[in-house]
Design a protein around this ligand. Structure first.
Ligand SMILES: Nc1ncnc2c1ncn2[C@@H]1O[C@H](COP(=O)(O)OP(=O)(O)OP(=O)(O)O)[C@@H](O)[C@H]1O
Ligand SMILES: [Mg+2]
Length: 261
C-alpha cells in the first residue's frame, strides 16, 4: 500500500490580524522528501504550526487534508494520532516529564487501547535508536529538552521521529545548531526513514543538509506563498545566489520598500 498524502490548498493564516500565509499550495505524498527554503519571516514555521493546530494561528481560508481527511477539523492530539509529526524549530522544554516517559506515552497515544507497547519492547527500541543517533542513554531519563543544548534538542526530535514513525513529518530547521558530525548522524536517521509509507517536509536555510538528504522537490517560500518549485538544483542555486533573482524573475516587490511607500 502506498503511503499517506498531505494536501495543502490555498492556505491563508493570520496571526493577531496580520495575514502571514497568503495562499500556500503544497502536496506531499508518501515516499517523497520535499525541502522548503525561503528568507526569514516568510511563514515557513507558521505553515508547520498551522498544520499541527497551534492555537495562535487562525486559518482564514484554504484546506489541509491527510488522505482526504480534513486535518483542520481535527483536535491537535488527533492530528498526531492520524500520523502527522512536527519537529519544531525551537523544541519546548517540559519539566517533570522524562524524555523516555514522553516517548512511550506518545507511541501509546497512536496505538489502540489494550495494544500498548510493552516496557521491554519500548526500551529495546529506544536504546537501538539512541545508539544510532549517538545519544547518551542517560539523556532519556532527563526531563524532556530541559537544559538540553541546541544540538541535543534537535537530535531528540529525530529520536521522536524514528520511534513514532509518523506518516508525514515536518522538520523545521532540524539542522540548526548541529555540529558537523551531528548533522551527518541526524541526516542518516532521516534517510533511514525513507520508505513508501513516509513523506517528509524539510524546512531548511542551507544546502548543507540537502547534501546528505536528497530532496525530490525543493520549494521556495516568499511573502507567505510557495513562489517557485524545482529539483535539488534549485537549492544549489539559492545557496550560491541567494533570493534576489527569484524576486526579479517573479517581479516581487521588496516588502520593506512596499511598506515605506
Ligand atoms: N506569535 C506571533 N506573534 C506575532 N507575529 C508572529 C508570531 N509568530 C510568527 N509571527 C510573524 O509571522 C511571520 C512569519 O514567521 P515564521 O516564524 O513563520 O517565519 P519563518 O519563515 O519560519 O522564518 P525563519 O526562517 O526566521 O524561521 C514573521 O513576521 C513573524 O514575526
Ligand atoms: Mg522558522
Amino acid at each position: 500500500m502506498a503511503g499517506s498524502t498531505l494536501e495543502i490548498k490555498n492556505l491563508h493564516v493570520e496571526i493577531e490580524g496580520n495575514e502571514i500565509l497568503k495562499g500556500v499550495d503544497l502536496t506531499i505524498n508518501g515516499g517523497e522528501f520535499h525541502a522548503v527554503m525561503g528568507p526569514n519571516g516568510t511563514g515557513k514555521s507558521t505553515l508547520a504550526s498551522a498544520i499541527m493546530g497551534h492555537p495562535s494561528f487562525e486559518i482564514t481560508e484554504g484546506s489541509v487534508h491527510l488522505d482526504g481527511q480534513d486535518v483542520l477539523e481535527m483536535e491537535v492530539d488527533e492530528r498526531a494520532r492520524a500520523g502527522l509529526f512536527l519537529a519544531m524549530q525551537y523544541p519546548s522544554e517540559i519539566s517533570g516529564v522524562t524524555t523516555s516517559d514522553f516517548l512511550r506515552s506518545s507511541i501509546n497515544a497512536r496505538r489502540e487501547e489494550g495494544d500498548e507497547i510493552s516496557l521491554m519492547k519500548f526500551i529495546k527500541e529506544m536504546d537501538g535508536v539512541l545508539d544510532e543517533l549517538e545519544i547518551d542513554k542517560n539523556m532519556a531519563q532527563r526531563y524532556l529538552n530541559e537544559g538540553f543544548s541546541g544540538g541535543e534538542k534537535k537530535r531528540n526530535e529525530i529520536l521522536q521521529l524514528m520511534l513514532l514513525k509518523p506518516e508525514i513529518a515536518i522538520l523545521d530547521e532540524i539542522d540548526s545548531g548541529l555540529d558537523i558530525d551531528a548533522l551527518k548522524v541526524v541526516a542518516k536517521g532521516i534517510n533511514k526513514m525513507r520508505d513508501e509509507q513516509f513523506g517528509c517536509l524539510i524546512i531548511t536555510h542551507y544546502q548543507r543538509l540537502l547534501n546528505y538528504i536528497t530532496p525530490d522537490k525543493v520549494h521556495v517560500m516568499m511573502q507567505g506563498r510557495v513562489v517557485k518549485s524545482g529539483g535539488p538544483e534549485l537549492a544549489q542555486r539559492l545557496e550560491s545566489e541567494g533570493y534576489d533573482w527569484i524576486k526579479q524573475e517573479l517581479g516581487l516587490e521588496d516588502e520593506n520598500v512596499e511598506q515605506e511607500v
